[in-house]
Design a protein around this ligand. Structure first.
Ligand SMILES: [Mg+2]
Length: 311
């Protein structure tokens, strides 16, 4: 178990670790993945990061949330929307709904109008949950401030109630992981169920609590909706809470939306165990030519740790 600073660094670096490795297998089936790799650790150690260890939208938007939070001391929706828009690299695998929102913001639409640019009820995808880690780290003990910040950060691109609810659940789970010195499974699920609002999520989380193996996770499945991916990541993190690399490798072997489920799983277990669980070779490789690579993520984690003491 890492100390407090190691836990903050572990969380943000594992967002990128899951994203970078997971993005190489996105939309592969569990059958193909499990015939290619014998174990979850084979996925991690068998993936070359020599040439193209680039992160995708998951990490890029997580960085935006951390930057805006640290700059404003809260979530200012307009400023965060602007940061999303200015940081948007089109080749980093953004989903269709988020692309439409960011294009609308770029052409001058208000955040309110942009949020329904693609879907009239807003997106129920996992794009708000995948970037919520900095909020869980910033407000580890203040649920009211956390709730309001998650709502504001999520509703820019995912104003559907399930898109926001998935982010609320993930943020609360990350807060739990960074707060505790010892993982207690009953307490973990209690924190999660306390953040649930809808019957749809309640049903999915109830099922997730009983999963205990890769086969269970594969049968349970993963997809791009918050409802079909956040509980999967929560269950994978619970099963493998003591080994970050196994947790991320397992999340990938489930198949489907591998970068986001592995990134969310990484955020959870990274916040529990800390950054010493992450290979140095990976830290050196991730987005090595980008000034917002792994070293920058460590700087953001350190600043979030410092600022969270005042919350
Ligand atoms: Mg992605």
């Amino acid at each position: 178990m890492g100390n407090r600073l190691q836990k903050y660094r572990g969380c943000l670096l594992a967002v990128a670790l899951g994203d970078v490795i997971g993005s190489k297998y996105e939309w592969m089936s569990s059958r193909d993945l499990n015939s290619q790799f014998k174990t979850p650790l084979d996925v991690i150690h068998g993936t070359s990061l020599k040439e193209d260890a680039y992160y995708t939208d998951d990490t890029q938007m997580t960085i935006c949330v951390a930057e805006s939070l640290l700059k404003d001391g809260r979530i200012n929706r307009e400023n965060l929307a602007q940061n999303f828009s200015e940081s948007y690299d089109t080749w980093r695998g953004y989903g269709a709904g988020t692309r439409a929102v960011l294009n609308a913001i770029y052409t001058g639409a208000t955040v309110e109008d942009a949020s329904v640019a693609e879907f009239s009820e807003g997106s129920y995808g996992n794009g708000a949950a995948m970037r919520v880690a900095p909020l869980g780290l910033y407000f580890p003990k203040n649920q009211e401030l956390l709730r309001s910040a998650v709502h504001d950060a999520s509703s820019i691109t995912h104003c559907h109630r399930h898109g926001i609810e998935g982010a609320q659940i993930m943020a609360n789970a990350i807060s739990y992981m960074v707060r505790v010195k010892q993982f207690e499974i009953d307490e973990y699920w209690k924190v999660i169920t306390n953040a649930v609002e809808s019957n749809n999520f309640r049903l999915k989380i109830d099922q997730a609590m009983s999963l205990s193996s890769l086969d269970d996770l594969i049968e349970y499945g993963s997809d791009i909706s918050a409802l079909d991916s956040v509980p999967t990541a929560l269950a994978c993190a619970a099963i493998h809470h003591n080994c970050l690399l196994t947790a991320i490798g397992t999340a990938i072997l489930i198949g489907g939306d591998t970068d986001t489920v592995a990134s969310m799983t990484g955020a959870l277990v990274g916040a529990l165990v800390g950054d010493h669980a992450i290979p140095e070779t990976f830290i050196k490789a991730v987005d090595r030519d980008n000034k917002k690579g792994a070293t920058y993520l460590i700087t953001l984690a350190d600043e979030l740790e410092k600022a969270s003491n005042k919350q």
